[in-house]
Design a protein around this ligand. Structure first.
Ligand SMILES: Nc1ncnc2c1ncn2[C@@H]1O[C@H](COP(=O)(O)OP(=O)(O)OP(=O)(O)O)[C@@H](O)[C@H]1O
Length: 464
């Protein structure tokens, strides 16, 4: 902005200069002081009027400040910064800027003067800020170690955050934990998280999927066997997973699948902290925390005589129930992007979702929970070379989520409820046609986004 377009009048400009904390010192082309603001008093112990009209030479002689800067700039005709000492014993840093007329003649020299003490203070402040930043970094690091900042665990929904808070409280306690939840909700992830937050975090985390191992083998896998126990087996015997987990945690996944006979032995382990390898006489001590998980209803299994009640009560000293994904809608979007980033990184690709595609993913029921979501995103990343994942790229079953939900509405239904539903349907269809995304539909109808998904899946039979 040049002076002719400056909206400030002379009085305001002077006010700004006069109240500037830093000293502003202006000389003409001959080094004669034409303006200095009141800040000069701090530096030279004189009021501005005492300096106006003085030449650089006079000021140098009176050692107002030393070494003098004006002679340098008169000669160099370019910006100079110099450290000086003033008559009042202050150390200052002066930057002198020459101002030239249109035809290149020196017109003015404008000097900005700042107290070194203050600069040091600023340095100190910066140092303190940096210290704070370091401290903050440490705290974040601590949080990362202590709390839910875990690179493999995404949680934003309140239901999940509440659960993680509970996990944080129970993790350091040695008691056994039973994790419940539908398949693919992340029971294994939570078990590992508990281990990492516990005092056993530096020990091993051993997982055994009790459903995946035939009953006859399960016992020897868990407890190991003594030498010479089985023909054809390793002559030296075999270490069991319980022993491998020494100093760490043993995660018994799908615990409901353990046969009744073995349940008694596991109960013994939990009660006595002792066991004997298969075919062996010696008794070994147990030094691991047991974390168990199941997607079955153990209460029902107990009632049906398939699971020992005493083992159930021993295992569920602390019971954690992981909600299914459809009950933690706030986690869906972060998980979609978590897996998109994960697989884009793995396959060295870069993908985006269209909004309508995201809308369908957001309102899907996810019966296979996070595992289903993860597999779908990986598949979409692999099968879409273009980089844009569109609605049509989704499996038909998912796209159908938006179709054909029978509303049960009879158009000839003239009851109040029927009429209200008809109005609701028209509003939702119109809003969806206009805005296409649940977010905007929610905004236009002034309902929550989850209500918008529900209404869209209820009324929108035909995709545009
Ligand atoms: N909160 C989460 N954040 C990121 N990834 C997750 C989360 N929860 C689960 N996953 C991922 O989802 C998949 C299934 O998780 P996991 O195996 O822990 O589920 P599960 O409940 O133990 O399943 P199952 O009952 O079949 O044993 C894994 O690949 C896991 O890494």
């Amino acid at each position: 902005m040049n002076s002719s377009s400056c909206p400030l009048d002379r009085e305001t400009l002077l006010k700004i200069l006069d109240h500037s904390y830093d000293e502003i010192f202006v000389t003409d082309k001959n080094g004669v002081t034409i303006y200095v603001n009141p800040a000069c008093q701090r530096n030279y112990g004189v009021v501005p009027e005492g300096l106006i009209g003085q030449t650089a030479g006079q000021m140098a002689l009176e050692r107002y400040c030393f070494p003098p800067i004006t002679p340098i700039i008169l000669q160099e005709k370019q910006r100079v910064t110099l450290e000086q000492e003033t008559i009042t014993g202050r150390r200052i840093v002066t930057t002198a800027e020459p101002v030239f007329s249109e035809n290149g003649d020196l017109e003015l020299i404008i000097m900005n003067v700042r107290d070194i003490y203050q600069i040091n203070e600023v340095k100190h402040d910066i140092a303190q800020t940096l210290e704070l930043v370091d401290k903050y970094k440490e705290e974040v690091e601590l949080l990362r170690r202590k709390e839910f900042i875990n690179h493999n665990l995404v949680a934003r929904d309140k239901a999940m955050l509440d659960l993680l808070e509970l996990v944080q409280r129970i993790a350091p306690v040695e008691s056994n934990v039973l994790i419940l939840g539908e398949s693919g909700t992340g029971k294994g992830v939570i078990a590992k998280h508990i281990h990492k937050l516990s005092s056993r975090k530096d020990g091993p985390f051993i997982t055994i999927n009790c459903a995946a191992i035939p009953d006859q083998l399960l016992e020897s896998e868990l407890f190991g066997y003594a030498s010479g126990t089985f023909t054809g087996a390793d002559k030296k015997g075999k270490i069991g997973l319980i022993e491998l987990a020494t100093g760490g945690s043993l995660f018994l996944d799908e615990i409901a699948e353990i046969p009744l006979g073995l349940q008694a032995k596991i109960l013994h382990v939990i009660q006595e902290y002792k066991y004997s390898p298969v075919g062996g006489r010696e008794s070994k001590s147990v030094d691991c925390r047991i974390i168990a998980a199941t997607n079955s209803d153990l209460n029902e299994a107990v009632k049906a005589g398939k699971f020992r009640a005493d083992l159930y009560y021993r295992l569920n000293v602390i019971e954690l129930e992981i909600p299914p994904l459809r009950k933690r809608l706030g986690d869906i979007l972060p998980l979609i992007y978590f897996f998109l980033n994960k697989y884009d990184k793995k396959y060295k690709t870069a993908h985006q979702f269209t909004q309508d595609c995201l809308d369908v993913l957001l309102q899907h029921q996810w019966p296979g929970n996070i595992r289903e979501l993860e597999h779908l995103v990986e598949r979409l990343v692999i099968t879409n070379p273009e980089g844009i994942i569109k609605l049509m790229d989704l499996p038909k079953s998912l796209r159908n989520d938006l179709h054909g939900v029978d509303t049960g509405l009879n158009i000839r239904d003239f009851s109040l409820a029927g009429a209200l539903q008809e109005v609701e349907k028209n509003l939702v269809i119109d809003a969806y046609k206009q805005y296409k995304t649940t977010y905007k539909v929610a905004e236009s109808l002034q309902v929550s986004q989850s209500t918008a998904w529900r209404l869209i899946s209820k009324y929108v039979h035909e995709l545009p």
